[in-house]
Write a protein of this length. Structure first.
Length: 285
């Protein structure tokens, strides 16, 4: 069981600056993580549109020296620049952001990027103008089709994440959206905690099967029902026995990546302990 951690789990220092990426890679390895998920964020972040090939490749070399893999790259840029925004100029920039993320992922040696397909609305993006569902669906398909051209050139996979965007609300809908592109490079980045708002994570896994390219491990308390419901791994209502059984049946053999948003002191330490406990629990089954 490969244990992974996302960069967003690591809080900024007392000076408010994000931690150095290479230092985080080393710390994650020292904690016992096997894989690391860097993130492409806005201006001033360790990885951004300004990142050069030389800079990205130096991070890849550092990861190789440290002995930690970089199989995936995430980005939250689409929350502020949506692929389904009503303004075509914004949508074009969102596609360009995805192309940038794909290129950085390629330089890092990653095989998959996390992709946010757009949104009808989102509780944590209050300024976003609510969009009609069918229009979002049309724009989401158009934007991803454009980004797919770059993915094909770079041979990097695009994994659509199930997120709180009020779009692609069921595993059947996600499955059909993915299949419409008829490409082995388009799949799902499955998030266990996010799925709890709409149903049961194990059902998503059973429906999506081998379309799942990567997994975010999160937990959620259903009776809270909002953003405050996200809790430490194994402290919520996700049935991880059912989740892991479904992933095993689907043939998933890749990393299990902890994601904490917002970052918090001790998150990475607690995360690897939870993954170890989960691994021991499964091995006893």
């Amino acid at each position: 069981m490969k244990k992974g951690i996302n960069f967003w789990a690591f809080p900024p220092g007392r000076d408010g600056k994000q931690p150095d990426l290479v230092s985080v890679l080393k710390y994650a390895k020292d904690l016992g993580y096997d894989t690391f998920e860097p993130t492409v964020d806005g201006e001033g972040a360790p990885l951004s549109a300004a990142t050069s090939q030389k800079e990205a490749e130096s991070i890849r070399e550092a990861a190789d020296r440290i002995g930690i893999e970089i199989p995936t790259v995430a980005s939250g840029l689409a929350w502020g620049c949506s692929p389904t925004h009503p303004d075509a100029t914004v949508r074009a920039q969102a596609v360009e952001n995805t192309r940038t993320t794909l290129q950085i992922a390629s330089w890092l040696g990653a095989e998959t990027i996390l992709y946010l397909p757009g949104m009808v609305s989102a509780v944590f993006v209050p300024d976003f103008p609510t969009q009609r569902y069918d229009l979002v669906d049309e724009r989401a398909r158009e934007s991803l089709a454009k980004a797919l051209e770059t993915a094909q050139k770079l041979n990097v996979k695009i994994a659509v994440e199930n997120v709180w965007n009020r779009y692609l609300l069921s595993p059947v809908e996600m499955r059909d959206f993915i299949d419409s592109f008829k490409s082995d490079l388009v799949g799902c980045y499955f998030d266990t905690g996010n799925a709890m708002l709409y149903g049961h994570p194990e059902h998503w896994i059973e429906v999506l099967g081998k379309r799942i390219f990567a997994v975010h491990m999160k937990d959620f308390r259903v009776n809270v029902g909002n953003l405050d419901g996200f809790v430490d791994l194994l402290a919520g209502d996700v049935d991880f026995a059912a989740v892991m059984a479904a992933l095993d049946a689907a043939g998933y053999r890749k990393q299990f990546t902890i994601e904490y948003v917002p970052p918090a002191l001790g998150a990475a330490e607690k995360g690897v302990a939870a993954l170890r406990a989960l691994e021991m629990f499964l091995n006893k089954g």
